[in-house]
Design a protein around this ligand. Structure first.
Ligand code: 3PG
Ligand code: MG
Length: 404
């Protein structure tokens, strides 16, 4: 498997379209986690040091082909400038005369950030005309957005067909880390899967039970599994219509020899707010007027035991409602355990997913993990062994003679 990197490209005097993913969480106009942005800095430094001019392309949210003012990338400019330590000029369109004019006027050493690609319907349709129009702006295409590589869009796939193409440093690091963790992992392999996107991950779980030795299930989806076993989960987040699929996954895990760990004790509360009155009960004893918001201490001890005997960990999704204390306890404890084992050299730990990164940061564990992916859906699809169009096209381009 191979792909071009920035080292394979001649960038001197070249305009480089860089597909980045600045789809970061924002609350009240402020970026709450700038990890994805900060990790783009090596790519931009390397392009600029090699004499190239970076032209950034990104989506933000899901405007569905319409110009939605609240999904403009303009408010991100100060965060980008701080992260890249360079002037970043904003252009209110990602194509056409506005983009051409902004490029002509761009001063040496500045970076151009084009407006949200998804304001154009052609982006998600991978429209050839839009791709040609954007490609005409530059000489080289660099994809540094592994986190959108599962989309076959103009900015992630179409442009790579038209221009000499390479992976950026972040894309390169993601691919190398995931290849090392999942290509030929050291066993036992443990997957921790949690979070609230229950239905989307149940399918993934079906695949994971074939590949990993232990599957630890937490968060909202654990309730669906408990309910599938006939346990009353009260008012907990639970997809009762997924019961059959959850039961099938457990049966499959039995057959493949994958040990599934579900919560044996849980933290329950009557309201979903920070500091709400709560109690710890057995997983099968959730009061009918209460909801499960976290795994309990006995479950955390069982998770720690599994991690201690593992060689490789793949983590996606928090174990409980980690955004509000005290329902962050299981996520924090498990994350810190994994971080300790990684620091001791006993564990290779790879984690991905927007919520996951926030949760591991909050636990103070992220820095100790072997690798933290910036991707959510793309990370999961990679774990499922699916072909990611944004990666696949880079592999195909690598096989072509370089022309840049
Ligand atoms: C993400 O945050 O998951 C990526 O930016 C991809 O966004 P999307 O799921 O809207 O394609
Ligand atoms: Mg997504």
């Amino acid at each position: 498997m191979g792909w071009n990197t920035l080292d394979d490209m001649d960038l001197r005097g070249k305009r480089v379209l860089v597909r980045v993913d600045v789809n970061v969480p924002i609350e009240n106009g402020a970026v709450t986690d700038d990890t994805r942005i900060r990790r783009l800095a090596p790519t931009l430094n390397d392009i600029r040091n090699a004499g190239g001019t970076p032209i950034l392309l990104s989506h933000f949210g899901r405007p569905k082909g319409k110009r939605e003012p609240e999904l403009s990338l303009l408010p991100l400019i100060p965060t980008l400038e701080a992260a890249f330590d360079a002037p970043v000029v904003f252009c209110a369109d990602c194509r056409g005369p506005a983009a051409e004019a902004a490029l002509s006027a761009l001063e040496q050493d500045s970076i151009l950030m084009l407006e949200n690609t998804r304001f154009h319907p052609g982006e998600e349709q991978n429209c050839a005309d839009l791709a040609a129009e954007i490609a005409a702006l530059a000489d080289v295409y660099c994809n540094d957005a592994f986190s959108v590589a599962h989309r076959a869009h103009v900015s992630t796939e179409g442009l790579a067909r038209l221009l000499p193409s390479c992976a950026g440093r972040l894309m390169q690091a993601e691919l190398e880390a995931l290849e090392a963790a999942l290509g030929t992992p050291q066993r036992p392999v443990v997957a921790v899967v949690g979070g609230a996107k229950v239905s989307s991950k149940l399918e993934l779980l079906g695949n994971l039970v074939e590949k990993v030795d232990h599957l630890i299930i937490g968060g909202g989806m654990a309730n669906t599994f408990l309910a599938a076993q006939g346990i009353d989960v009260g008012k907990s987040l639970c997809e009762h219509d997924m019961s059959d699929i959850a039961a099938q996954i457990l049966t499959k895990a039995d057959k493949t020899g994958c040990a599934v760990l579900l919560p044996s004790d849980v933290v329950v509360a009557r309201e979903f707010r920070a500091g709400a009155a709560h109690e710890i009960v057995a997983a099968n004893a959730c009061p009918s007027d209460a909801m499960i918001l976290d795994a309990g201490p006995e479950t955390v001890a069982r998770i720690a035991d599994v991690l201690e005997h593992a060689k490789t960990l793949i983590w996606n999704g928090p174990m409980g409602a980690f955004e509000i204390a005290p329902f962050d306890a299981a996520t924090n404890a498990a994350a810190r355990k994994a971080a300790d084992l990684t620091r001791d050299g006993q564990l290779i730990s790879v984690a991905g997913g927007g919520d996951t990164v926030s949760a591991l940061n909050q636990a103070g564990a992220a820095d100790s993990f072997t690798y933290i992916s910036t991707a959510g859906g793309a990370f999961l699809e990679w774990m499922e062994g699916k072909v990611l169009p944004g990666v696949d096209v880079l592999l195909r381009k690598h096989a072509e003679p370089a022309t840049a």
